[in-house]
Design a protein around this ligand. Structure first.
Ligand code: PAN
Ligand code: ZN
Length: 195
């Protein structure tokens, strides 16, 4: 890990950092139970365990004063009518924010709070998204043929809680309706157990 100030480059067209420590690859098999159309999911998985998204991280200490940062790349595609997306998560330390800068592509960030607020923000090249503390977040690529590439940064102590979303899903889904993205209620959303 670097102990002096450093810089690196993000260059078009792919924006893979010139320097990184960790490369995460998430495949279809890592998304069990996350897509609404379970039979489309099973059918696709029986053909090919496709790569859905990738994350390149720069390693920093996981402490309050640091910023964890890197690039996420969501590939284009759909499972049934639902576009490829990240798993999505709350931060374990709920009171931590995150900032995303979209470098390439088109999509949406689906967000919600434990209190029941929802928000869906458009992502397009050049736009900056500020995810407030307490908001779970999932990015969705709605392009037919282009990667959705974003730079992200969040506090080093944030941590990731995937379990809550794996269990209850997000309240909103982004689906293809006649060739256009549409934001719909998730019919399978279930309230948190404590509610
Ligand atoms: C991002 C995400 C990244 C992949 O770095 O981790 O986009 O999404 P999932 O972690 O939901 O698979 C972030 O939000 N970090 O906190
Ligand atoms: Zn996050």
């Amino acid at each position: 890990m670097k102990e002096v100030p450093f810089s690196f480059d993000l260059k078009a067209p792919d924006f893979v950092p010139s320097d990184y420590d960790n490369h995460i690859q998430r495949k279809l098999s890592n998304m069990q139970g996350q897509y609404l159309d379970q039979s489309a999911y099973e059918a696709m998985l029986s053909q090919d365990d496709k790569l859905l998204y990738q994350v390149y991280e720069l390693k920093r200490p996981e402490i309050e004063g640091e910023l964890l940062h890197g690039i996420s790349i969501v590939h284009p595609g759909k499972v049934g009518d639902e576009y490829y997306m990240t798993k999505g998560h709350y931060h374990t330390v709920l009171e931590t924010a995150e900032i995303y800068y979209t470098l390439k592509g088109r999509g949406y960030m689906v967000m919600e709070t434990p209190e029941g607020d929802c928000a869906v923000e458009e992502l397009k090249a050049g736009s900056v998204l500020y995810v407030l503390p307490r908001w779970a977040h999932r990015s969705v690529n709605v392009s037919a043929d282009e990667d959705l590439v974003m730079f992200f940064a969040y506090p080093g102590n944030a941590g990731h809680d995937y379990g809550t979303i794996e269990t209850q899903g997000f309240r909103k889904l982004v689906v293809d309706k006649d060739g256009h993205p549409e934001i719909v209620d998730n019919p399978r959303w279930s309230p948190p157990e404590s509610a």
